[in-house]
Design a protein around this ligand. Structure first.
Ligand code: PGA
Length: 249
């Protein structure tokens, strides 16, 4: 079902003590919007976060996972392991995973399958680089990222998938896609899904925007009809800023 979602991607930030303190600040914030709220701390802090947020409105997500159930994959974490610490949602395909850890569409398709097989919800990220946009190639790039990793799925799988459009040139740069650029791309994404899976499935998808969302620009971006929320990096590390974004709906 389509809903408004604001998810905080903490990336490789916050040790245990910092995680404890940010979570207690988050619990003190007032939520005045209907948005679903999630945070994604590092692997080492997921257990603490899911315990600390057990009876709260904030859900805990992971930033990544491996596609295998278990075995000789040194340094990796499986869907089963995430679930065993209370995590039911995983971010897959973030541009930093694609760029620094060589995650390809094919690998991401396997991770998507593993997460769905374990009844996990996925926040699936994609987005073009600056050169793609300058070459007016952004829709082709984004369309292919979606098709290559998701279009082998059955229609019913999409109820467990949230999409996150994150133009690489806007992540952590302070530069944001304009609300119109975000809307145009989100409409294109929804149309791409409609062409393959039908309008009903496409209309039910939550499509988040990510890339330098801040309290000052959230309201305008979220006001666009095809923007259903945000994936927030830097601004998710301050409780007040994060909730100002949550409450921008
Ligand atoms: P940013 O990161 O908000 O710091 O630009 C967004 C993201 O990478 O999800």
């Amino acid at each position: 079902m389509r809903k408004n979602i604001v998810a905080g991607n903490w990336k490789m930030n916050n040790d245990l003590a910092q995680t404890e303190s940010l979570i207690s600040e988050l619990k003190n914030q007032q939520k005045t919007s209907n948005a679903e709220v999630m945070i994604a701390p590092t692997f080492t802090n997921l257990w603490h976060a899911s315990e600390a947020l057990k009876n709260s409105e904030i859900e805990v997500a992971a930033q990544n996972m491996h596609f295998a159930e278990s075995g000789a994959y040194t340094g990796e974490v499986s869907a089963e392991m995430l679930q065993s610490v209370g995590v039911k949602t995983v971010i897959l395909g973030h541009s930093e995973r694609r760029a620094y850890f060589n995650e390809t569409d094919d690998l991401l398709a396997k991770k998507v399958d593993a997460a769905l097989k374990n009844n996990m919800r996925i926040i699936f990220c994609f987005g073009e680089e600056l050169a793609d946009r300058k070459a007016n190639n952004h829709e082709t790039v984004v369309g292919n990222q979606i098709k290559n990793a998701l279009f082998h799925l059955e229609n019913s799988a999409f109820k467990n998938i949230v999409l996150a459009y994150e133009p690489v040139w806007a992540i952590g740069t302070g530069e944001t896609a304009s609300p119109e650029q975000a809307q145009d791309m989100h409409a294109f994404i929804r149309q791409t899904l409609a062409n393959k899976y039908g309008q009903e499935t496409a209309n039910a998808m939550s499509i988040l925007y990510g890339g330098s969302v801040k309290p000052a620009n959230a309201k305008e971006i979220f006001s666009k009809p095809d923007v259903d929320g945000g994936l927030i990096g830097g601004a998710a590390l301050k409780a007040q800023d994060f909730f100002a974004i949550v409450n921008a709906f």
